[in-house]
Design a protein around this ligand. Structure first.
Ligand code: GDP
Length: 317
């Protein structure tokens, strides 16, 4: 990508899109194009066409999506499948129609089967039943991968896809009903520390294992793929390392400086026992993550405590 290339970051206000904009700017890319959803609703084909016609982006990072935790997915399944499919159809087809040089679509590790062998290799896609709770979302993300593959095969478009593991970092959603475990624990420990509360409740048994990637590492990986990868097969993006939720809890206590007790509420679901990506393909291309979990949590907590309570999910930012 030339430094003055016209680069469209779809979803620039989200955690991933904003990390991408920061990373692109820091590498000297000067021509980053963005639109808020009220300026250009990506579910509306005519608006998407107007936008592509006017701006003629050369590179597209498709990081716009309707996302949410288990509760949001089960409450709004129709919006999750419709919005994501509509965004993918409109943006991917417009990228073809208006001659985009390269597009990178972002999926999610929930595309893999519920009972997938660990670590999860790219070729395990569609080898078994999906997790029911987020099936509509996962089906939409799988459709996005297949759109990119199909446009490549039929029209020769250079459209690639990346599947990130669980992400965290600045700009995350800290709503306790809706968020993932890292922002939830960060907020719970922080608020307990502020209020001098002696106990924090953690969901489940603490035994499940999860892999976590800092969103700045993801942004580096996405730019790396945009510049170095032209294959049809989508690629996993993760650290290749996982921790138990109990390990994460101890680390988070240390990072936040919370000295009270932790109670595990095993009436809350553990979810899947393990979710770890096989990252050997992206590693063999020469990319690996830089931030350790401890370092990434420290940085995220610094950002969170400086901005609290004006963070997403706390004050409705
Ligand atoms: P998952 O990776 O799709 O299961 O999503 P989550 O990030 O929501 O949950 C990961 C694990 O963290 C699960 O085993 C949860 O039970 C556990 N967990 C512990 N405390 C919390 C919490 O306060 N919020 C969330 N979301 N998960 C928690």
């Amino acid at each position: 990508m030339e430094r003055d290339a016209r680069i469209y970051v779809a979803g620039h206000r989200g955690m991933v899109g904003s990390a991408l904009c920061r990373a692109l700017a820091s590498k000297g890319f000067t021509n980053i194009i963005t639109r808020t959803s009220s300026e250009c609703d990506l579910r509306d084909r005519s608006r998407v066409d107007e936008f592509f016609e006017k701006e003629r982006p050369e590179y597209v990072f498709l990081a716009a999506a309707r996302v949410g935790g288990i509760l949001a997915n089960s409450t709004y399944p129709a919006q999750f499948i419709y919005d994501n499919l509509a965004i993918e159809l409109n943006v991917i087809d417009a990228a073809h129609k208006y001659g985009v040089k390269k597009l990178l679509f972002l999926g999610s590790s929930c595309i893999y089967p519920r009972e997938c062998p660990q670590p999860m290799k790219e070729e395990y896609l569609l080898s078994g039943y999906l997790e029911k709770t987020n099936e509509p979302y996962a089906v939409a993300k799988i459709a996005g991968i297949k759109l990119c593959e199909s446009y490549r095969r039929q029209y020769g478009c250079n459209f690639i896809s990346a599947m990130p593991t669980n992400l965290y970092g600045p700009g995350d959603n800290f709503d306790l009903h809706d968020s993932h475990v890292i922002p939830a624990l960060m907020r719970k420990f922080h608020e307990a520390k502020l209020k001098g509360e002696g106990e924090v409740v953690v969901w489940g048994t603490g035994k499940p294992r999860r892999e976590f990637l800092h969103v700045d590492d993801l942004a580096e990986a996405l730019i790396f793929l945009m510049e170095n990868y032209d294959g049809e097969l989508f690629l996993n993006v993760g650290t290749g390392e996982d921790v138990t939720i109990a390990d994460l809890v101890e680390l988070m206590k240390e990072v936040v400086g919370y000295e009270g007790e932790v109670r595990y509420d095993s009436s809350k679901p553990d979810g899947t026992p393990r979710k770890l990506l096989d990252v050997s393909r992206i590693r063999s291309l020469g990319w690996r993550h830089k931030k350790s979990l401890r370092e990434g949590l420290r940085e995220t907590y610094r950002w969170f405590s400086e901005n609290y309570p004006a963070v997403r999910g706390v004050q409705g930012v």
